[in-house]
Write a protein that binds this ligand. Structure first.
Ligand code: 3EB
Length: 449
């Protein structure tokens, strides 16, 4: 694991999973009796391909986990293997940990039910907010899991049913919500979009969260590039989103750092799934703390998506390139789905390799200190090495090794999932999203708010 991932500055540390195997075997084995599936694989079989990042901020420990089962076999065995690995990672931390959110990438929609049953039996009352996305893992596994976990000594986690979860610590309240799967195959993309946003909005509203407090969104759309009555489904998704956002004043968010009068939207991922529905989820934050602020980031090399010309979509995609949340000296930067786009044009339409390079360049420039300074937060910023995990959406499975090689060269062994998914423009071959954890320079601490 590259030493670059470990920051020596006090407080915040991104640690590689080097200690994964310490004392793990016995711990894993001692729980063989759990959810009635086949036995967990020995921890020693966890290879370097399995990763997690440990993020310390003050007393709170967060884990960013990406696991892909390697044992093959029935999907239930694979799900159990993934679960066993996650459990082993959680148990290896210095504080008790609980999982808050997971995205399960599945190869086949028909497997969702079996995985869900297993997870529900295992987690019981503490089921994390779980999204199933039909995006086959590129390495051939039947499923892969991206999981978030948090320490419980100083954190209150509220499990409020399958679509809502809250995390409270240090005067911060995080709210994760999903709209549930909208599998209305008989409904248009526009109707699905309208319904999904309205459901998501109501879920947040039920716990006192206005939609303007949402800073990160994920949209997984079946048949994203398909035409429906001569209009691309993604465009219809955008129409529904635009109409919903017309009722939301993101710029009135009390935490928002205003820099000029540009449009403000949550960071977002808009990506295909192999299922003909729409799955959406979001993350909101609330606090009374004075030292917490949100900055909506654009990339100067890219036209803002909400300004894209009409050829891409009659109603433009309303999202920002990233949202950065500053909590005291800690900075979390949610990077939107990013592609090989300069201004509004796709660059290198024929090369997955060059698109991956360009995409990483775009992310690097987006989160760089210079860009933060330009947009009003001097002293803030992050590097590619600060990414705690990434998702790489690959349009053609045969490009997987190419994309992976570029990512490994540029990022080292960052926890990553490579999933086969449709990217919303015909000439985009790859899209990458991630989240970076860094610290504000002490000398300018207090500048942004
Ligand atoms: C792009 O830059 C690539 O519709 O919310 C990336 C991230 C993309 C989010 C969305 C779309 C979305 O336009 C596509």
């Amino acid at each position: 694991m590259s030493a670059k991932l470990t920051q020596s500055s006090a407080g915040l540390q991104l640690e590689p999973d080097k200690s994964l195997l310490d004392g793990m075997d016995s711990r894993v084995r001692s729980h063989e009796a759990s959810p009635g599936a086949s036995s967990p694989r020995a921890a020693t079989e966890m290879r370097a391909g399995q990763h997690h990042t440990v993020i310390h901020s003050g007393d709170v420990i967060r884990l960013a986990i990406m696991v892909t089962p390697e044992g093959g076999g029935h999907v239930r065995d694979q799900a159990w293997e993934a679960l066993s690995m996650i459990r082993a990672i959680l148990r290896n931390q210095e504080q008790p940990m609980v999982m808050t959110m997971q995205t399960v990438f599945v190869a086949e929609a028909a497997d969702v039910a079996a995985i869900k049953r297993l997870f529900e039996a295992y987690f019981d009352e503490e089921m994390p907010l779980t999204l199933f996305v039909v995006q086959p893992p590129c390495d051939g596994a039947k499923m892969a899991v991206e999981a978030w976990a948090i320490s419980t000594d100083t954190v209150e986690v509220g499990f409020h049913g399958p679509h809502l979860l809250t995390v409270e610590h240090d005067g911060l309240r995080w709210i994760y919500a999903s709209a549930g799967a909208i599998h209305l195959a008989d409904r248009s993309a526009y109707e699905q979009s309208t319904e999904a946003f309205s459901k998501l909005g109501n879920t947040f509203k039920a716990v006192g969260v206005p939609f303007r407090d949402v800073s990160r969104l994920w949209l997984y759309q079946g048949g994203i590039t398909e035409e429906e009555g001569e209009i691309e489904r993604y465009r219809e998704l955008n129409r529904g989103r635009t109409e919903f956002f017309d009722q939301v004043d993101f710029s009135s968010s009390p935490l928002l750092h205003r820099n000029g009068d540009g449009e403000i939207y949550p960071a977002s991922t808009g990506i295909g799934t192999a299922e003909h529905g729409l799955v959406i989820a979001g993350l909101a934050i609330q606090t009374d703390r004075e030292d917490v602020g949100i900055l909506s980031l654009e990339n100067p090399q890219q036209m803002s998506a909400f300004d894209y010309p009409k050829e891409y979509s009659k109603k433009s995609p309303k999202f920002s390139r990233a949202t950065a949340i500053r909590m005291g000296r800690y900075l979390t930067t949610w990077v939107s789905g990013t592609a090989s786009i300069i201004n509004a044009e796709t660059i290198y339409p024929d090369s997955a390799e060059k698109q991956t390079e360009q995409t990483l360049d775009n992310i690097e420039n987006l989160i760089a200190a210079e860009n933060f300074e330009r947009q009003g937060w001097p002293g803030a910023g992050a590097r590619l090495q600060d990414l705690a995990k990434i998702r790489v959406y690959v349009k053609h499975p045969e490009d997987f090794e190419t994309c992976r090689a570029v990512c490994e060269r540029r990022l080292g062994q960052v926890p990553a999932v490579f999933a086969h998914a449709d990217v919303c423009r015909p000439d985009l071959l790859v899209e990458i999203e991630g989240v970076a954890f860094s610290e504000i320079s002490p000398e300018v601490e207090g500048t942004p708010a």
